[in-house]
Design a protein around this ligand. Structure first.
Ligand code: NAP
Length: 252
């Protein structure tokens, strides 16, 4: 265990790329020490390089840990690695997520399970792993990445929408359990954000999405990261159990 009195420590799951990486940068820019996470050893080298870049760009400390959040033991090991490296955990951003889109009639049960395992169970396992240190220090922030798909539903995403709606229920229940212990729990529901996850969409699908977005553009990972940084801050201490859309008006 190292210094547990230094600057706040944030774990961001699924931060090898995309929204998670932008969140890691935003928290590091506010002086936090960062634990980046990727799904397996396969992406660890690249994630370690991202950790070095974050540390030098923002003048903080950052490490990378490979852990499959869908595995309760690996989620616990991720929290243990954070405590081992930095001695405390102040912020958990449950961002790791996957899609396995398809119409429900043709959706294989394994595709339903895989999405729920990562997106919903993974968030629960990671939250569970940080609760004790957070409640002991009587402060903490848990930020769960939901989706407008989880709030409103989306055809072709029965598994994903169910997992992200589940994340909202998880957020509200944990918010009630932890509020008196100084820990807030909130959810962010992004709309269409330009990352690897949405890169698979056809140009037609992107154009159709853009038409429905009041702001007239797809979102960038930084649009989401700015809200995560606010929810992680001291100023957000009285906000808990909320679901906030970052979607350029898509859901209006
Ligand atoms: P992305 O670019 O596909 O990145 C996904 C991240 O999650 C990667 O870092 C990946 O790590 C990690 N990951 C996947 N499975 C994991 C596992 N089992 N354990 C640990 N990490 C895992 O996705 P994104 O677009 O940034 O999305 C981030 C979050 O925002 C997700 O929860 C997603 O559902 C949500 N969201 C995205 C959008 C959007 O439009 N992009 C909209 C609404 C909500 P590896 O590199 O190791 O694979």
């Amino acid at each position: 265990m190292t210094d547990n009195t230094g600057s706040p420590v944030a774990i961001v799951t699924g931060s090898s790329r995309g929204i998670g990486l932008a969140v890691a940068h935003a928290l590091a820019a506010r002086g936090m020490r960062i634990v980046l996470n990727c799904s397996s050893e396969r992406s660890l080298e690249g994630t370690q390089a991202q950790a070095r870049a974050i540390a030098s760009e923002h003048g903080t400390e950052a490490i990378a840990v490979a852990a499959n959040v869908a595995d309760a033991d690996e989620a616990a090991a991720l929290a243990a690695a954070a405590l081992d490296a930095f001695g405390r955990i102040d912020v958990l951003v449950n961002n790791a997520g996957i899609t396995r889109d398809g119409l429900a009639m043709r959706m294989a049960p394994e595709d339903f399970d895989a999405v729920v395992d990562v997106n919903l169970k993974g968030a629960f396992y990671c939250a569970k792993a940080v609760m004790r240190p957070m409640t002991k220090q009587r402060s903490g922030r848990i930020i769960n990445m939901s989706s407008v798909s989880g709030v409103y539903g989306n055809p072709g995403q029965a598994n994903y929408a169910a997992s992200k709606a589940g994340v909202i229920g998880l957020t509200k229940a944990l918010a009630k359990e932890l509020a008196r212990k100084g820990v807030t729990v909130n959810a962010i529901a992004p709309g269409f954000i330009e990352t690897d996850m949405t890169a698979a969409l056809s140009d037609d699908q992107k154009a159709h999405a853009q038409e429905r977005i009041a702001a007239g553009r797809l979102g960038q990972p930084e649009d989401v990261a700015a809200l995560a940084a606010f929810l992680a801050s001291d100023e957000a201490a009285y906000i808990t159990g909320q679901v906030i859309c970052v979607d350029g008006g898509l859901s209006l």
